[in-house]
Design a binder for this molecule. Structure first.
Ligand SMILES: NC(=O)c1ccc[n+]([C@@H]2O[C@H](COP(=O)([O-])OP(=O)(O)OC[C@H]3O[C@@H](n4cnc5c(N)ncnc54)[C@H](O)[C@@H]3O)[C@@H](O)[C@H]2O)c1
Ligand SMILES: [Zn+2]
Length: 279
């Protein structure tokens, strides 16, 4: 990308437009934020996951072999243009993957979203323009509000990592292939819910709501995981500080960040996640 920008005679006042899914906005955003010490940038996300999450908030990054987004910047685009008609050509699995982040906002901020996801399931599958606009607009508003009050993640921005500690471990253990980000986040949220229940923070009903909502969106809730491999990935995580920390719920819409979890609990959770069905 850098070579391409140079060959195109790009300068810092030129505009770089990324057009694609989260991978394109992450990588293109990283290139645009570092080339000539930062170009003007506009994201045009074309996947649901890109529209509700990846293109908003300025995080850019690339993976190293061991860990996700270990090299990256926080660099705000001048604009993000979401057009839900782009979703028409997205395969169902990519819509499901994006729904994982939508459901995440439901659990951490606005439980009405969970109801919407289940109630409008067939309209979502049909990518009904009105329902997709409603979903994208709600999620963009939530993310933009959180990021504008805590851009550098010293507080509430961390809540957006709900399900992501397990997810990043799952993705790294898989070598970043064969599993979509949203699928890993779905399993990660289920694992976070089971962890919270084991710690007595939430009851079975909230765990069951995770399972039913995620499955309704066509997402997996279980996987055979290897705790040692997850731990290896967590050690390389940029947020690792003398141990891995989790975002866990105290109830619907009540997340808490920076929670340490005893290893025995993680062992139990890995076992329970292994017993969950995958669809
Ligand atoms: N920066 C952030 O804050 C942030 C937040 C969430 C996720 N992410 C990152 O985003 C990535 C996932 O993004 P994604 O789910 O968009 O995946 P992706 O970018 O890999 O896109 C998924 C697939 O859809 C295809 N595609 C894109 N637009 C399409 C369209 N309109 N029609 C048909 N196919 C289309 C792509 O070519 C690709 O094969 C992960 O790497 C994740 O870590 C970043
Ligand atoms: Zn994510």
């Amino acid at each position: 990308l850098y070579r391409g920008l140079q060959d195109a005679d790009a300068h810092r006042h030129d505009l770089l437009v990324t057009f694609g899914g989260g991978v394109v906005s992450d990588v293109g955003g990283f290139a645009g934020s570092t080339y000539a010490r930062g170009m003007q940038l506009i994201h045009v996300p074309t996947t649901l996951l890109g529209q509700v999450d990846a293109a908003i908030g300025g995080k850019t990054g690339i993976n190293l072999q061991e860990a996700k987004n270990l090299v990256g910047t926080i660099y705000q685009p001048s604009a993000v243009v979401c057009d839900v008609t782009f979703l028409a050509s997205c395969p169902p699995e990519e819509i499901s993957s994006g729904m994982a982040e939508v459901i995440k906002y439901g659990f951490i901020v606005d439980p009405d979203i969970l109801d919407l996801v289940v109630r409008r399931r067939s309209d979502i599958e049909a990518k009904d323009t009105q329902v997709m606009l409603d979903i994208v607009a709600r999620c963009v508003a939530i993310k933009a509000s959180i990021v504008s009050s805590d851009e550098r993640e010293s507080g509430e921005r961390a809540f957006l990592n709900y399900g992501h500690t397990f997810a990043h471990g799952i993705e790294a253990a898989a070598g970043f292939t064969g599993i979509r980000h949203g699928e890993a986040v779905a399993i990660g949220m289920m694992a976070a819910a089971l962890t919270a229940r084991e710690l007595g923070r939430i009851d079975d009903d909230v765990v069951a709501l995770h399972r039913s909502t995620l499955r309704s969106a066509g997402l997996p809730t279980g996987a055979r995981l290897d705790l040692q491999r997850l731990e290896q990935a967590w050690k390389h995580d940029k947020k690792y500080r003398g141990g891995v920390r989790f975002v866990l719920l105290m109830g619907l819409g009540k997340p808490e960040a920076d929670v340490k979890v005893p290893r025995e609990v993680l062992e139990k959770v890995v076992e329970l996640v292994g017993q969950e069905g995958t669809s």
